[in-house]
Ligand binder design. Structure first.
Ligand code: AMP
Length: 215
């Protein structure tokens, strides 16, 4: 099963992808996570990417495509994968199709999580991430049991550096500028489904799983 999750920052793509990955036993590939890990490790890619992430702008398509192509060729992707945060431009969308053709694969489903901008801003300003295991918490809707500590691994919880209001607004602007042609592209192929991402995470997951079942 090859599934793409689209949606603005803070729409719950990461949360849904983690649950789906567990249920469907396919890897969750988040380009944002790959970039953040490279920045942490101070690799060539990390040094190239960090200024884009700090500003909430997109890393150039050619850099992204290379990362994704390399990742999709790994053996754990043989039974499928979930893409979270890619494609983000129409060029990436078309390039992804070319890569998939080369490895004789095809996308089954593209899920767009719809969440209004003001809900996104509110959510992201109260989002905390575990530095140990990347689990997400929210001070309003899903607070940790112990202040600033992860329920799962006990790691320290921190705000993401690009979750400031200014950078969130910039990321949303970039998202809205790019998303329509991507949606049209997948709609024409009959692969796009839209799910309301403002409800409870378990409800959204249920809806996505039903749609996957139908494919
Ligand atoms: P995310 O974790 O998906 O919100 O991504 C965080 C940041 O990583 C984005 O604001 C971009 O700077 C960068 N990024 C992630 N995925 C992509 C992509 N497919 N194309 C370009 N930049 C990306």
């Amino acid at each position: 099963m090859l599934v793409i999750l689209l949606g603005p920052p803070g729409s719950g793509k990461g949360t849904q992808a983690r649950s789906l990955s567990e249920k469907l036993k396919i890897p969750h590939i988040s380009t944002g996570d790959i970039l953040r890990e490279s920045i942490k490790l101070n690799t060539d890619l990390g040094r190239k990417a960090s200024r884009f992430l700090e500003k909430g702008e997109l890393v150039p398509d050619q850099v992204m495509l290379k990362i994704v192509e390399e990742r999709l060729r790994k053996t754990d992707c043989e039974n499928g994968f979930l893409l979270d945060g890619f494609p983000r431009t129409i060029a990436q969308t078309k390039d992804l199709d070319n890569v998939l053709k080369k490895i004789s694969r095809d996308i089954n489903l593209v899920v767009e999580l719809e969440v209004r901008d003001n809900v996104v801003v509110e959510r992201l300003l109260s989002r905390l991430i575990c530095v140990g295991c990347d689990a997400n918490f929210n001070l309003d809707s899903n607070p940790p049991k112990i202040k600033e500590r992860c329920d799962s691994c006990g790691g320290k919880l921190e705000y993401r550096t690009d979750d400031s209001e200014e950078v969130i607004r910039r990321r949303l602007k970039v998202y809205h500028e790019q998303i329509e042609p991507i949606k049209d592209y997948y709609k024409k192929q009959g692969k796009l489904v839209v799910v309301n991402g403002e409800g409870k995470a378990e409800e959204t997951l249920k809806q996505i799983l039903e749609m996957i079942k139908k494919r």
